[in-house]
Ligand binder design. Structure first.
Ligand code: RAM
Length: 915
């Protein structure tokens, strides 16, 4: 008989049948599929067995509606073992599903599980770039060296190989690998897996991930050979704002353990050791920032096959590095996710050809070439053309070349795709190629961490759809291994950028494990006094770099340790992320509290005890990025004004707002985790900070001393003013926006709340005008100027077409995406993970229709509405095992269960586009 409820999409640690995990208590999730409405789970039964059927853990029937993130609570799991699991559920009408089945396999769990040795090929130690400060990098006098000059300091990636013989019928074979640098593997001439830039970017000294590959089908009884190529990657190569090198080490290394299980039950192990030999390959160098130089004449075919003659290869060194930083891969690997066809290709007068892919991406190209032996083909990457349509390198600074060089073999068609680099680009300038490039001969290879797309937003305004497209692309291309600010200039895990963008990110893609992994490093790199780094992973120059700022962290950046876990908890419903980060949150807040309580601004001459007393609650000292990049300040005609002024003019108030906000969030988290006393302490602290803020900074007319839009927004959003002043403060904000010709003037930290604050304070009309604004700065200005991603600066291309040396791919200002999904889209979580949601589309922001779709942990949640004369037609889909409150017209509440629901209601007054 067909069951009407089915359990499917079984996941362990949010992955289907994962291999090589080292989480001792993995979390189980499943979805329920049914044609019926109003389905809730009332109980589940989960059984874990070994492969031979022996039972490991049997929950029995558990009365529970929990179907996501159920932790394993059976006996200790064994390294390398494969576990089978099955689950069935009961619904609210007593129906029982069939068993759904899946598996997972544990990886190596302890240092003792490793029998391999770290090996290093013969190599010159990498050159450490001299330390320069951020200020020095942007000084006009600081000349970046030529590519030829730089090449002298760059070293080739290394090939390593080992031959081995095995005999017997193979049941399964697993390869556990990691490296100092980034690696790719081959077994008997075939590529192993499809990971790019493994082992990913982590705080390597604390945590280096190993990857597990199923290589059963790549081995054969008899002679075999394994090969690895290792390049500098993040470990050794140039990274971060100043393009420095050797931040984690200066020598390439490999650690590898192949474990074979034969059908007769015996096992065999092949490990990295002195039997490996090494040789440079066709790459003359490969640096993530500078680019790759590849000489096809130096290829050694079949180098990873048994019969290859490796007589001239060098022996490797076995080195005794500690294995205590090894952990299993956690979360997604980087992969080739998409390929793009060129939009156009044209030649410039100097003979170079410019390929336009029509979209800014992070990745590289694959190009089929016909050339003469020794021809040198150069590929330069850029995000924009200049005003006259000429090639323009928009990124400046040390080592930001983004240039790949290919030396041709000269035999027929040869295909080149760099392996160990990625660039941020839309345009590629090809020089050295005489034949004209055909569109079919090139592809842009889009690289990012392999995460599922979970969200979709569209509406009747095609420009807003383009904005959504741009936000999604800035997300994809800035989530390559770590969440970065931009994929070309810095490629650093700036905590503030992610903090503002996390809610949007969690709509667009399943970022849960990706961000959980990164948060692990935010914790790992927390300083002893509780400070949280401005970007993570940091590297050995971090402390030196911060020296000129006098501290290692900034308000609104460090607060990511509280805000990001909270967002993840709300959107994905897993309490573990709060538990894991709890201690780090507490330490961060203690640091802030200590600063607030013990320091007063140098300029303070006050003697009034009440004024002095409230200083304890104001975080008004030290350097902070403040409401970073306020447009009117960045754009100021005054030559002496620059980006740092938005920091200086707003930092005190921003810091105090974030202090209050983090205290409140932490109090909620403490309460949730059962720590009532702490919760009470921080609720009280939050109140005191808010009171002190109002007394210190807000006058009787609701004017705040730092009179910027962003400060009003933060004050309102974070409840920094008492109810009696709220209206006045909101009116000040409204006036500021009106005086600015209905244009925003918000920086990084306040922009996420701009639309929400205006809508809740009764200024929907202003919010609406900002949304449709097309003068700079505005979201649609960028769209009108042809943006395909979100820019770092709203005016990166001026009205007259002048192009700035800016990043054209910074997701921070794309944080409006969250509002689009929640307000016109209409979907909001109201309990963690969308177990209960609120569907309340705001139909009053100038659209004829809008639709938001989100794949939650329970299934598809969606809301689609359309204006039909005087009526709104609304279609809602609520996933099984969840419920929703649908709010029609802002007031009528309808409680619904899972399934499709249709509504029709009278439309409210309409705001017409005035833009
Ligand atoms: C810039 C980065 C980043 C921002 C910091 C403060 O250099 O691009 O976006 O967080 O500065």
């Amino acid at each position: 008989m067909d069951k009407s409820i089915v359990v499917k999409n079984l996941k362990v640690e949010n992955q289907h049948n994962p291999l090589g995990i080292d989480i001792r208590s993995p979390r189980f999730s499943w979805m329920i599929e049914t044609e019926q409405n109003n389905v809730l789970q009332s109980a589940y039964h989960l059984i874990v067995t070994e492969e031979d059927g022996e039972e490991v853990w049997n929950t029995g029937k558990i009365d529970s509606d929990q179907s996501i993130w159920i932790p394993y609570k059976g006996p200790s799991l064994t390294a390398r073992k494969c576990y089978l699991w099955k689950v069935r559920i009961w619904d609210n009408t007593g129906q029982i599903s069939d068993w759904g089945r899946a598996s997972w396999e544990m990886g190596l769990l302890d240092e003792d599980d490793w029998h391999a040795f770290w090996i290093e090929p013969e190599q010159e130690e990498a050159v450490e770039e001299p330390f320069i400060t951020v200020q020095e990098m942007f000084l006009r006098g600081l000349k970046d060296k030529s590519l030829d000059e730089k090449a002298k300091d760059l070293r080739p990636p290394q090939l390593l190989r080992k031959k081995f013989a095995i005999s017997g019928d193979i049941k399964k074979a697993r390869l556990y690998v990691t490296s100092h640098g980034v690696y790719q593997l081959e077994l008997n001439g075939s590529r192993v897996g499809n990971n790019e830039f493994a082992p990913d970017f982590t705080a390597y000294n604390v945590r280096l991930q190993y990857q597990t590959y199923d290589v059963t089908d790549l081995l054969a009884s008899g002679n075999n050979a394994i090969g690895a190529v290792i390049a500098d990657g993040w470990y050794i190569g140039r990274i971060q704002l100043t393009g420095h090198s050797c931040q984690f080490g200066n020598k390439l290394g490999l650690l590898m353990q192949l474990e074979i299980e034969y059908k007769d039950g015996t096992t065999e192990r092949i490990v990295s050791d002195k039997q490996f030999v090494s040789s440079p390959g066709p790459w003359q160098y490969a640096d993530l920032f500078i680019g790759e130089k590849y000489d096809a004449n130096l290829e050694q075919s079949d180098w990873s096959c048994f019969d290859f003659n490796d007589q001239n290869w060098k022996t490797v060194k076995q080195v005794d590095y500690s294995l205590d930083n090894l952990v299993a891969q956690f979360g997604p690997n980087v992969r080739v996710m998409e390929e793009l066809v060129p939009l156009s290709i044209h030649s410039e007068t100097d003979g170079s050809q410019i390929i336009d892919f029509g979209q800014i991406i992070a990745g590289r190209i694959r190009i089929a070439i016909e050339a003469k032996n020794g021809d040198i083909i150069t590929l330069q990457h850029s995000e924009v053309l200049d005003k006259d349509g000429k090639f323009f390198m928009n990124i400046i600074g040390r080592n930001k070349d983004q240039t790949d060089i290919y030396i041709a073999r000269g035999s027929g068609t040869e295909t080149y795709e760099p392996k160990f680099v990625f660039h941020g680009f839309r345009y590629v300038r090809v020089t050295g190629l005489i034949a004209s490039i055909k569109k079919d001969a090139v592809r842009a290879i889009v690289l990012y961490s392999d995460m599922e797309t979970t969200g979709h937003f569209e509406c009747s305004d095609h420009r807003l759809n383009k904005l959504q497209h741009n936000i999604q692309w800035s997300q994809k291309t800035n989530m390559l291994s770590i969440p970065t600010d931009c994929p070309q200039r810095e490629r650093a895990g700036w905590t503030g950028d992610l903090q503002v963008f996390a809610p949007t990110a969690a709509f667009n893609m399943d970022v849960y494990l990706f961000l959980e992994r990164w948060l692990g490093d935010v914790r790992n790199e927390q300083f002893a006094d509780g400070q949280i780094a401005n970007f993570v992973p940091t590297g050995k120059y971090y402390v030196k770099e911060c020296a000129s700022m006098g501290q290692l962290s900034s308000a609104g950046w460090g607060d990511a340790i509280i805000i990001v876990p909270w967002v993840l908890y709300e959107r994905y419903g897993d309490v573990r992320v709060l538990e894991q980060n709890y201690e780090a949150m507490a330490k961060w807040l203690q640091y802030v509290q200590h600063k607030a309580e013990t320091e007063i601004p140098d300029s303070m001459t006050e003697t009034d005890p009440t004024v002095l007393e409230r200083q304890k609650y104001l975080w008004n000292t030290g350097f902070h990025f403040g409401d970073w990049l306020i447009p009117s300040i960045v754009e100021s005609a005054d030559e002496n004004t620059g980006p740092m002024d938005s920091a200086i003019l707003t930092k005190e108030l921003v810091a105090t707002c974030f202090y209050a906000n983090s205290a409140l969030l932490f109090a909620k988290i403490a309460e949730l985790l059962g720590d009532k006393e702490t919760a009470h302490t921080y609720y009280t602290l939050n109140k005191r900070i808010r009171k002190a803020f109002e007394e210190e900074y807000v006058d009787v007319n609701g004017r705040i001393s730092a009179h910027f839009q962003g400060i009003y927004i933060l004050a309102l959003q974070m409840d920094m003013v008492s109810s009696k002043k709220r209206l006045l403060v909101a009116a000040q904000l409204a006036q500021l926006i009106k005086d600015n010709d209905h244009k925003l003037d918000t920086g990084f930290l306040s922009v996420p709340y701009l639309m929400d604050v205006l809508c809740t304070e009764g200024y929907e009309d202003i919010a609406y005008r900002l949304l449709y604004q097309t003068d700079c700065p505005s979201w649609l200005y960028e769209v009108d100027m042809g943006a395909t991603t979100i820019w770092e600066s709203w005016s990166a291309i001026k009205k007259d077409g002048t192009v700035g040396h800016m990043s054209f791919n910074h997701y921070a200002f794309g944080c409006i995406g969250d509002w689009l999904y929640r307000e016109p889209g209409g979907i909001k979580h109201s309990s963690p993970g969308y177990k209960h949601s609120i569907i309340a589309p705001n139909v009053n922001v100038g659209m004829k229709s809008a639709k938001a779709v989100l794949k939650t942990g329970y299934g598809i949640l969606s809301s689609a509405w359309e204006r039909n004369n005087d009526f709104i037609k609304l279609e809602v889909n609520v996933p099984p095992n969840t419920t929703a409150t649908v709010i029609l017209n802002g007031e009528n509440r309808v409680e619904v269960g899972s399934g499709f629901h249709h509504f029709q209601y009278e439309s409210p007054a309409v705001l017409k586009a005035k833009a």
